[in-house]
Design a protein. Structure first.
Length: 214
C-alpha cells in the first residue's frame, strides 16, 4: 500500500512531505480525488487544496462529496484517480459519512490497488484502526458531544495500518494526553507536529519532521 499521513500546517513546512507525495504518485499531471469531511458547496477548501498542489504540476482534481452532493455514479471515476485525498475537519462526521455511504470497503480496495491514499489530520486518523484517540481526547476536554453531533457510536476506521495517529502534536495539550493515552493502548502511537508526517510505500516507512512514537 501507498499511504501518506499529514498532520496539517501550511505549504512551507510540508514541502518535503508534498514532494514525497508527488514522487509516490510517480506520474506527470496526476488526477487526485478530493473527499471533504463535510460538504463544501462554495468549494472554498477544495480550491485551496487545488491551489496548494498547483506548484507541483497537479491540475486535475475530482471533487467527491459524501454529503449533500453525493453521487454513487462518480465512484468509478474516483477509483480511476491516481490518489485520493481525505481532508481534515470533524473526524466524527467524516467517519460517519464514509460509513453512511458504504465506502469503507471501497477505500480499502483503493488503498490495496497500489494507488496513493492521502490523509490530512482527520483523514489520517481515519486510515488507522480506529479514531479512539480523538474520542478519548475530546471526552477529557468535555466537548465530545458537540463534536459528535452525528451520534457516531462505532469508532472503528479503515484499519490500513497497525498504529494510531495523533496530529497537531505541537499543541501543548496533546503532549500530556498522548503520554497518558499510550499507557492504555496496545498499538503503537505516532504523534506528529504540523509539518510532519509519515509515508508508507509497501514495506518502507519514512518519517518526515518531528514524529514521536509512544
Amino acid at each position: 500500500m501507498k499511504l501518506i499521513f499529514y498532520s496539517g500546517g501550511n505549504n512551507k513546512i510540508n514541502e518535503k512531505l508534498d514532494l514525497g507525495l508527488i514522487e509516490l504518485i510517480g506520474k506527470k499531471d496526476p488526477k487526485i480525488g478530493y473527499i471533504p469531511s463535510s460538504s463544501d458547496p462554495q468549494r472554498k477548501y477544495f480550491n485551496e487544496t487545488k491551489n496548494y498542489y498547483a506548484k507541483y504540476g497537479v491540475s486535475r482534481f475530482l471533487y467527491f462529496d459524501l454529503d449533500i452532493e453525493f453521487g454513487r455514479n462518480k465512484l468509478p471515476e474516483l477509483m480511476s484517480c491516481d490518489a485520493i485525498y481525505l481532508s481534515g475537519g470533524n473526524t466524527f462526521r467524516f467517519l460517519y459519512l464514509i460509513k453512511k455511504r458504504g465506502l469503507i470497503a471501497f477505500l480499502k480496495r483503493y488503498a490495496r490497488s497500489g494507488k496513493v491514499l492521502v490523509g490530512v489530520s482527520a483523514g489520517s486518523m481515519i486510515m488507522t484502526p480506529s479514531i479512539n484517540a480523538t474520542v478519548v481526547f475530546h471526552s477529557q476536554k468535555g466537548d465530545l458531544d458537540g463534536l459528535n453531533a452525528v451520534g457516531l457510536r462505532n469508532f472503528n476506521a479503515l484499519n490500513l495500518v497497525n498504529f494510531e495517529f495523533i496530529p497537531h502534536f505541537n499543541e501543548k495539550e496533546k503532549v500530556a494526553f498522548a503520554k497518558n493515552y499510550s499507557k492504555t493502548q496496545k498499538n503503537p502511537i505516532y504523534a506528529c507536529d504540523d509539518g510532519s508526517g509519515i509515508i508508507i510505500d509497501g514495506g518502507k516507512t519514512t518519517f518526515y519532521g518531528r514524529v514521536i512514537k509512544f
